[in-house]
Ligand binder design. Structure first.
Ligand SMILES: CC(C)(COP(=O)(O)OP(=O)(O)OC[C@H]1O[C@@H](n2cnc3c(N)ncnc32)[C@H](O)[C@@H]1OP(=O)(O)O)[C@@H](O)C(=O)NCCC(=O)NCCS
Length: 163
């Protein structure tokens, strides 16, 4: 593919991040309500070194993003984070997801995190395959824990313990 670069997201990236994500709101993911511009901007403002958002940019446009989010709010979980990776639907299978997740793993190590949790609806084979390709191990599947498009969804969790 053409060259792309990965960099930390800035406030200006809220809109392309929202657009990439909202495509999946209508096609997959547990999220049911489309994100507004205000919600995405506030979410970006709330970030810290431990919980970064990054974007992949090509020809001046954002075509993918990744984030580490707190796994749970209780402080004992402070060194665990959940990873998300979303690639623009017209740019799949060009190495962007791999590059963003590898970069996120390095950022997690540098920030002192101990483990990264991954996960996806059990029918999201691409997300799970990407995580497994980068060393995440499947921990288990919660059955019928989500509901969307009038059907129950299983969610499979994966985990990478950082060296
Ligand atoms: C999952 C996702 C991030 C993958 O990004 P991508 O840029 O297309 O992936 P890459 O090209 O970097 O692929 C890296 C590896 O992941 C795996 N992979 C990615 N997509 C795959 C697919 N459709 N089927 C099987 N394996 C896949 C492969 O191991 C691949 O390595 P390979 O190309 O050498 O075979 C992308 O499909 C996406 O954004 N999906 C939507 C996310 C989503 O709906 N999440 C909802 C969670 S509930």
């Amino acid at each position: 593919m053409s060259e792309f670069t990965i960099r930390p997201a800035t406030a200006n990236d809220a809109e392309p991040i929202r657009a990439i994500y909202n495509y999946y709101v209508t096609h997959s993911t547990y999220q049911i309500v489309l994100k507004t511009a205000e919600e995405r901007a506030a979410w970006l403002r709330d970030r810290s070194e431990r919980h970064p958002v990054t974007v992949a940019e090509s020809d001046g446009g954002v075509i993918g993003w990744a984030a580490l989010s707190p796994w749970k709010s209780r402080c004992g979980y402070a060194r665990a984070a959940e990873a998300s990776v979303y690639i623009h639907h017209q740019h799949h299978r060009r190495g962007l997801g791999r590059a963003l997740l590898l970069d996120l793993i390095e950022r997690a190590k540098a920030a002192g995190l101990h483990t990264i949790i991954g996960g996806a609806s059990a029918d999201q084979h691409a997300s799970l395959a990407l995580q497994i390709a980068l060393g995440f191990e499947v921990v288990g599947t919660f059955r019928e824990s989500g509901r969307k498009f009038d059907r129950w969804l299983d969610v499979t969790y994966t985990q990478l313990v950082l060296p």
